[in-house]
Design a protein around this ligand. Structure first.
Ligand code: G3P
Ligand code: MG
Length: 353
């Protein structure tokens, strides 16, 4: 279906139209839940009058917390355009590549939204949210009685139904931070418990299980006028504390932009929106895009990532988010700086057609 849409477009516009666009979300198309920078109008221009996709594009965000299918629906509602789940690449999307290693192992996932649901949709069979996991350990959070909110303690997976399965005596094999954590203090405490005990909180020290972060953004642009602390800030807090209470330093892997593999993956997904005659890899092993545009608001994440990814990426920095300067960013200058995403799309369409 996607290829058919793309074929129609490319049959009319070949050979000049081998380009695609990756849109950052926070600070470019949305601030919180509000569309910004003329994003709805800009995206509408990427569809023809019948509502079919004209230009291969996707969303490349370091955010997440809900499955890609649900994020696509949410974007449909907020932006008024038809987004397919395959057009949504979130920070945690590559976690599905770790399925082979942890499919049947007990793992924990934390962050806003529904971290356990995200991971179980990727196929992980024994995943618990940190909220639920913590609820199996009496007194693990010594300040819980002072909290005015209740945490979800009902499993979204079939963990409870596994015969003879006792959560507190089963070793946690990996921890995943899939989106911005909600209760930093509790999460830091329980993650330290898991990580320094070798996956068995309250027990003696053991080898640290693997820890994965979906992204490492120090700050990002939400609805508040100045930037908010992101997953990278949480990582620093956890790491600083862990390294003070444990004999060996925290080991972890971070995903998300600016990692080059994220841009490679985006290129592969975008190529699926092109007709098959154009998707054969060339001698260089790359897809035949002349240009891939990354439109982002964060110089150290979006622009740095696109610059590192190199050809055919072309970076466009907007002023609607983290970057608020008048000129270009000194350390990670973009190929183009514009005020809004609408201006960016206008530039691309003029340049390409
Ligand atoms: O929590 C989201 C944030 O870290 C970045 O989102 O869309 O700007 O990559 P985005
Ligand atoms: Mg952003």
């Amino acid at each position: 279906f996607q290829s058919l849409q793309a074929s129609r477009f490319f049959s009319q516009l070949q050979p000049k139209c081998s380009f695609g666009i990756a849109f950052d979300i926070d600070g470019v198309v949305l601030r919180g839940r509000f569309p910004i920078g003329g994003s709805s109008r800009a995206l509408t221009r990427l569809y023809d009058d019948s509502g079919s996709l004209k230009v291969p594009f996707l969303f490349l965000t370091n955010g997440g917390g809900i499955p890609e299918s649900r994020r696509a629906l949410e974007l449909n509602e907020l932006l008024g355009v038809n987004i397919l789940p395959s057009q949504v690449l979130q920070g945690h999307s590559p976690f599905k590549n770790l399925l082979k290693r942890f499919e049947n192992e007990l793992i924990v996932a934390t962050g806003k939204g529904e971290p356990a649901l995200v991971m179980s949709e990727y196929g992980f069979k024994k995943v618990l949210s940190l909220d639920e996991y913590a609820s199996y350990f009496e007194n693990i959070d010594p300040v819980s009685q002072y909290k005015t909110w209740k945490t979800e303690q009902v499993s979204t997976t079939s963990c409870h139904s596994v015969p003879g399965y006792i959560v507190s005596s089963e070793r946690v094999k990996a921890a995943f931070v899939i989106s911005d954590p909600v209760d930093w203090g509790r999460d830091i405490q329980v993650l330290c418990d898991i990580l320094r005990s070798g996956g068995l909180p309250g027990r003696i020290n053991g080898h640290q299980p693997p820890l994965y972060f979906a992204a490492d953004d120090l700050e990002y642009q939400a609805a508040f006028p100045s930037e908010r602390l992101g997953m990278g800030a949480f990582r620093i807090a956890l790491e600083s504390i862990f390294n003070r209470i444990h004999h060996s330093p925290l080991e972890y892997v971070t995903f998300g932009k600016p990692n080059p593999f994220v841009f490679k993956n985006a290129e592969t997904i975008l190529s699926q929106f092109m007709p098959s005659c154009l998707t054969t890899k060339g001698d260089t092993g790359s897809y035949p895009f002349e240009t891939l545009y990354m439109i982002g608001d964060n110089p150290t994440v979006d622009i740095k990532g696109a610059r590192q990814a190199g050809n055919p990426w072309f970076s466009i920095l907007t002023r609607t988010g983290v970057f608020k300067g008048t000129d270009n960013h000194p350390e990670f200058p973009a190929d183009l700086v514009v005020d809004t995403v609408e201006e960016a799309v206008d530039y691309i369409l003029k340049r390409e057609f």
